[in-house]
Write a protein that binds this ligand. Structure first.
Ligand code: GLA
Ligand code: ZN
Length: 649
């Protein structure tokens, strides 16, 4: 199993490499991930390649039994490149994104593409037969620092071609986008604009001021641009080697369609920083990210960068407490991780990330974090057979598509509505009941309950598939705004909930964004703060009604029997406890077994074992007992602060 650390030989004096390799070996690490951002060393002048530092370092680490994952360095174009070629992105206001950090290249710049392919190809030629390289990574974190969408002229031209291919005639595009509104018709594809700053956008605003079809298509196009850019590098590498190729994704990040980005890769890798300068994540949020990363290919993944120390760019998050590095490692592995690479081996005294600590501090002396990783590595030797190739037993699915994320970013529907939070609230309630929940698309049949909250853009084939699923006995949960938009981001004109009308067995007679709270009563009680759909049951049965104002006694939550299955319609937002009550109610009816433990206890059911984790900083007595796979002894259910157990099923 891959168990390693990110290590950048160019950051250290050569004389230190051997010592670092020794320390890594002693910690039980067997892989380094390297090369990302070393373009300036690999190609110090245009066309002059020098990989000797990597040859030497890879060899030194190999002598300690440590293999290499080699990354292409294209997220950090060197100065000579930007001096000679205009590869820099433009923002919504037409400003050039100046060089001086990273990720500033435009995916549609011909020169950036050309130079990227060249360096990838030179690397592949050079390292193809190196037996110490076990995998390749393309670039680094596509889209980070808000770099997915560029607004330069190259992008505009490429977008117009992309649209022409899709819409064929400009008349067709005008009709499907409704450009007649405000006289926004285009005469030809050359006329196409990008959704840049315009008269409707208040300055410094994040709100979107364009035709919603244009906005959505630009997001799709920008995502495709990076998929294409990545593919160019993959092809260059695959000409010379068959070793697996990956890219490091960013979990919940949603500007690039990760299903598309993953298609051309052999496996997914991702970067997990639960607690850093920008926030401290709830454990369920991290689990959801892991599930999302497993879900993009429906295949186990690796963690390419795992937080291993305090970290941030100018301020730091907190230092992982004793047990947390081990816990985070097992949390990843429990949700489908098959490899773990910590970021970074040793903290660097200079550069933007001088506060981004790793396994070792700046003085390089092994301390608590190093020894905890060493201990985890030793345990993993025993646990490996339960991790490699293991599958989870899922009961529920949260359907996540990027079209939906984007459509909700473009039109928020209501002031405090946030689609990502909504998806998370459904995941979290399931996780808190220890229901194994996948985050993915497709194959509904594998799940007892499928959630499509506020699933506003629905493709026809999805409706057909989900209808079949329900007919055959599945349970579908939809909510306000589900089924309301077509693939061009226009609203359907049939009666709400439009695409789900037949399945839901209700009509949404009226709806309102809320200026003051409302309440529901019935099977679930809750305050409602954001949105109310006022429902008229057709064939559905009412589970909850409102208690306020003109919609008092009108239906808020319903369930409809359809074929052998059931469709729940949730017409309003719910408080946290009510959400949990709802999920408990639905899951019970769907025959899902739940395990309720004190908050912070996470239980993941795998095909070959059960993983129990305590995310609390205090010991907890759980109801789970069994034979420990970690030490072979009897586990009596008590977990230490941040404790973990793997038990035999
Ligand atoms: C990301 C990048 C790394 C590093 C870390 C810390 O995950 O992939 O190169 O910059 O963040 O900021
Ligand atoms: Zn561009």
């Amino acid at each position: 199993m891959i168990f390693g650390a990110c290590y950048y030989p160019e950051h250290w004096d050569k004389t230190e490499w051997k010592h670092h390799a020794r320390l890594m070996h002693e910690a039980g690490l067997n892989t380094i991930r390297t090369g990302d951002f070393a373009w300036g060393v690999m190609e110090p002048e245009e066309g002059k390649f020098d990989f000797s530092f990597l040859d030497e370092a890879i060899e030194i680490f190999a002598k300690e039994g440590i293999k290499t994952i080699l990354c292409t360095p294209t997220a950090g174009p060197p100065k000579w490149l930007v001096n000679k070629y205009d590869i820099l992105q433009r923002d919504r206001y037409g400003n050039k994104e100046n060089w001086g950090a990273r990720r500033e290249g435009c995916a549609n710049s011909r020169e950036y593409r050309k130079r990227s392919v060249l360096i990838a190809e030179e690397m592949a030629k050079h390292f193809a037969d190196n037996p110490n390289i076990i995998a390749w990574q393309i670039d680094n974190e596509f889209g980070c620092h808000d770099s997915t969408r560029c607004y330069c002229e190259n992008c505009r031209k490429a977008f117009s071609k992309w649209l022409e291919k899709k819409y064929v005639t400009i008349e067709n595009l005008n009709k499907l986008w409704g450009t007649v509104f405000w006289s926004l018709q285009y005469s030809s594809f050359d006329d196409i604009i990008l959704p840049v700053y315009n008269s409707c956008e208040p300055e410094n605003s994040q709100s979107w001021s364009h035709n919603p079809s244009l906005d959505l298509e630009y997001r799709r196009f920008s995502s495709d641009s990076w998929v294409e850019y990545q593919k160019l590098q993959i092809d260059a590498i695959k000409k010379y080697t068959n070793k697996p190729v990956t890219h490091n994704f960013m979990g919940h990040f949603s500007d690039i369609d990760y299903y598309d980005l993953a298609k051309d890769l052999d496996f997914v890798a991702w970067d997990n920083y639960p607690d850093n300068q920008w926030g401290d994540s709830e454990y369920e949020y991290v689990s959801m990210a892991h599930e999302n990363m497993r879900g993009v290919k429906n295949k186990n993944f690796i963690v390419a960068e795992q937080e291993s120390g305090p970290c941030g760019w100018d301020t730091m998050g907190s230092t992982p407490e004793p047990g947390q590095l081990r816990l985070w490692t097992y949390q990843a592995l429990a949700h489908g991780g098959e490899g773990m690479i910590y970021f970074r081996f040793k903290a660097l005294p200079y550069g933007m990330e001088q506060y981004w600590y790793g396994i070792l501090d700046h003085d390089g002396i092994p301390r608590r974090r190093y020894y905890e990783i060493q201990k985890t590595g030793n345990e993993l030797k025993r646990l490996e057979p339960y991790i490699l190739g293991a599958k989870n037993k899922y009961d529920a699915l949260i359907v996540k598509t990027y079209d939906n994320l984007w459509a909700h970013q473009i039109k928020h529907h209501a002031k405090d509505f946030d689609y990502r939070n909504m998806l998370y609230s459904y995941y979290k309630a399931n996780a808190d009941l220890n229901i194994n929940t996948a985050v993915s698309v497709g194959n509904y049949d594998n799940y007892k309950v499928v959630y499509m909250p506020a699933y506003n853009i629905v493709h026809t084939d999805e409706i057909e598939k989900i209808t079949e699923y329900v007919k055959n006995g599945g349970t579908l949960v939809i909510t306000f705004r589900s089924g309301t938009r077509d693939v061009y981001n226009n609203l359907f004109t049939s009666t709400l909930p439009c695409a789900f009308y037949e399945l839901a067995g209700i009509e949404v007679e009226e709806f309102t964004a809320l200026r003051k709270p409302a309440h529901i009563t019935g099977e679930i009680k809750s305050e409602v703060n954001i949105w109310c759909d006022i429902l008229k049951p057709m064939t559905a049965q009412v589970l909850c009604t409102y208690t306020d104002r003109y919609f008092k006694d009108r239906a808020a939550i319903t369930v409809n029997s359809y074929g052998k299955g059931k469709v729940y319609y949730i017409g309003c937002d719910l408080e946290t406890t009510a959400m949990k009550n709802l999920i408990r109610y639905i899951s019970k009816k769907a025959g899902i077994e739940m395990i309720e433990e004190p908050h912070g206890i996470e239980i993941v059911q795998r095909d070959n074992c059960t993983v129990i984790m305590n995310h609390n900083d205090f010991a907890v007595q759980t109801s789970i007992c069994g034979k420990s796979l970690i030490n072979g002894e009897n586990f009596n259910g008590e977990l230490d602060a941040y404790g973990v157990e793997f038990i035999v099923n």
